[in-house]
Design a protein around this ligand. Structure first.
Ligand SMILES: C[S@@+](CC[C@H](N)C(=O)[O-])C[C@H]1O[C@@H](n2cnc3c(N)ncnc32)[C@H](O)[C@@H]1O
Length: 158
């Protein structure tokens, strides 16, 4: 099923689809994520000097576009990752008790930090997604970045 969502399109699970789910997966995970896929081929994951990997645009993107609404895995306090683990660099804050963080599954978790970003990432708790919007026009080949909003725990490359 396709529905409109802030100018984009998201896919909902079709009715009657049979799914095999581990018994520990909360049932709510199955029903409500308002995912918006990036346009085909628009984003590319590439090595970025000094930052590991990063996400670039393959075509120009206009300002104010919803590029992606990424699904997440919501995490309780018990699920939080020790700061010494590499995975702990990825979760977003998630204010929906008992969930305190969410692990990004789309491109959202792969965007690097910038003090002068060209994107912002908005948490949609109800939709269970992280929405990446452009806040400036982006040229083909340019990196998509957002401001993490916390003191960087790494040496910031520009
Ligand atoms: C959420 S991940 C971003 C994707 C990551 N670059 C990767 O390859 O998976 C956050 C990590 O990316 C790196 N990073 C993000 N922004 C950076 C920047 N401006 N300069 C240097 N490293 C950055 C840091 O290692 C940080 O722990």
């Amino acid at each position: 099923m396709l529905e409109n969502f802030e100018g984009g399109t998201y896919r909902c699970p079709g009715p009657g689809k049979r799914r095999l789910v581990p018994t520990s997966t909360p049932k709510a995970v199955l029903v409500s994520a308002k995912i918006v896929l990036p346009e085909a081929g628009l984003l590319k994951l590439v090595p970025i000097p000094g930052k590991g990997r990063g996400v670039i645009a393959t075509r120009p993107i206009r300002r104010g576009k919803l590029v992606e609404a990424s699904p997440v895995v919501r995490m309780t306090r018990r699920d939080r990752l020790d700061r010494s683990t590499v995975l702990s660099h990825y979760p977003f804050e998630w204010n929906e008790p008992p969930y305190v963080q969410a692990f990004p599954l789309g491109f959202a978790g792969l965007l690097n930090h910038s003090d002068t970003p060209n994107c912002r990432i908005v948490t949609d708790v109800e939709g269970e997604v992280l929405c990446t919007y452009t806040i400036r026009a982006i040229e083909a080949g340019a990196e998509l970045t957002w401001n993490y909003g916390i003191d960087p725990w790494f040496e910031v490359a520009t």
